[in-house]
Design a protein around this ligand. Structure first.
Ligand code: ADP
Ligand code: ADP
Length: 235
């Protein structure tokens, strides 16, 4: 198992947002988190790369292990964790920089100095994100000039550039038009051979199309967790 959650409870101040969540996620699979708004999907997703560390007055009990290591134990390097466990948000959020700089960003933060290595990795990430063909001749143009769907694939390339094992996606297509959404879904399917993907979606059909396993959250609890095929064929 690449991700294991063991009896996780989580509080925002006095608000008990997650209760007794356990989950085992296998490598090279897509897991979809579904359930009504406010039931804890994003909260649980953000726990997996410690994005919740940015919020004050929170409390976590239980364990989350990634590749067998408890990510909340002392001595874990959060920056390193966040390159191993990349994240893509609902609204595409490229930096107001060039396309190249966006994808190269994490490599430079991680200390990569070689220009040729950076160039190769940027190209490779853009290819994996199915964006290379559309941007290879304008890498030095601003990312802000791209369409919403292209910006989202750029954000995926930015996450991929630092060679993560896991990509967390929080409603990655819900701000996009249907054609861009279809491209993101197709991409998720292709990325599965090299990455483990966890996706929050409010769209049941999307969960059914892209995921191997589905986790149904309700009021902070995981009330159903099964193979997507089983879950959607036996409602
Ligand atoms: P979902 O992703 O299923 O829509 P969230 O995980 O975003 O749900 O939120 C779960 C619950 O936690 C909601 O009631 C939400 O209002 C609350 N919540 C989320 N973030 C915070 C926060 N930073 N501080 C306090 N409460 C929060
Ligand atoms: P999502 O699309 O993840 O459900 P929301 O619109 O619920 O996002 O929340 C957006 C931001 O506001 C998140 O960073 C979340 O942590 C924060 N937030 C959500 N609910 C609350 C709350 N009740 N109190 C404080 N912050 C909250």
């Amino acid at each position: 198992m690449i991700i294991e959650a063991k009896n996780v409870d989580f509080w925002y101040g006095n608000f008990h947002a997650l209760r007794g969540i356990s989950m085992n996620i296998e490598k090279n699979t897509v897991t979809a988190f579904i359930g009504p708004s406010g039931c804890g999907k994003s909260t649980f997703l953000r726990l997996m790369n410690r994005m919740n560390d940015l919020i004050d007055h929170t409390r976590l009990t239980g364990e989350i292990l990634i590749k067998g290591e408890n990510i909340y134990s002392r001595g874990v390097e959060v920056d390193l964790l966040r390159s191993e466990v990349g994240m893509v948000f609902q609204k595409p959020n490229p930096f107001p920089k060039t396309i190249f700089e966006n994808v190269a960003y994490g490599l430079k933060v991680n200390g990569e100095r070689s220009k040729s290595v950076i160039r190769d990795k940027v190209e490779n990430a853009l290819k994996q994100a199915a964006l290379w063909g559309e941007v290879s001749d304008k890498l030095n143009q601003s990312a802000m000039a791209l369409s919403g769907g292209q910006q989202q694939r750029l954000c995926i390339a930015r996450a991929l550039a630092v060679s993560p094992d896991i990509i967390l996606m929080d409603e990655p297509a819900s701000a996009l038009d249907p054609i861009s959404t279809a491209k993101i879904e197709e991409l998720i399917f292709e990325l599965k051979s090299n990455y483990t993907i966890v996706i929050v979606t409010h769209n049941m059909q999307q969960a059914a199309r892209v995921s191997d396993k589905t986790a149904f959250f309700y009021l902070g609890e995981l009330i159903e967790y099964d193979n997507t095929k089983t879950m959607f064929l036996n409602p």
